[in-house]
Design a protein around this ligand. Structure first.
Ligand SMILES: [Fe+2]
Ligand SMILES: [Fe+2]
Length: 133
């Protein structure tokens, strides 16, 4: 699978998992269940960010530092939240979910979109077919 397709697929998985987490909270499910979904979301986000950063390094993306900073900020927020939940606090509410969703959408539609455009241009300007074939 080429990097653009892989990125797209992982974004969809992140959105699906966030939807599942949202539903879980709306249904008033147990803290354990919420925690499990949140752990899955954090693991997936970590994996996805790592993959995306590898792509940026491979293709020498000029905006890599800012992009990595955004990833690190989100992960930090997620770890703080997960810690609170693991210690018995329930900081979740609709407001928080909305915040998380807004952040994800903003990153996907803004920062990640710029990277996608760059990868697309690299492909267009090269006769290699390693990105889009
Ligand atoms: Fe990203
Ligand atoms: Fe991404």
């Amino acid at each position: 699978m080429h990097p653009l397709q892989e990125q797209e697929q992982e974004h969809q998985q992140l959105i699906d998992l966030l939807d599942a987490l949202d539903l879980c909270i709306s249904n008033g499910d147990s803290a354990n269940k919420v925690s499990k979904y949140l752990s899955d979301f954090v693991a997936l986000a970590e994996e996805h960010f790592k993959n995306e950063e590898e792509i940026m390094e491979t293709y020498e993306y000029p905006e890599i530092l800012n992009h990595k900073k955004e990833h690190a900020n989100l992960l930090e927020q997620l770890f703080i939240l997960k810690n609170k939940l693991d210690n018995g606090q329930t900081p979740f509410g609709k407001d928080y979910m909305q915040l998380l969703r807004n952040w994800l959408e903003e990153h996907l539609l803004g920062t990640d979109n710029m990277l996608e455009e760059f990868l697309y241009q690299v492909n267009v300007n090269s006769n290699k077919t390693y990105i889009l074939s």
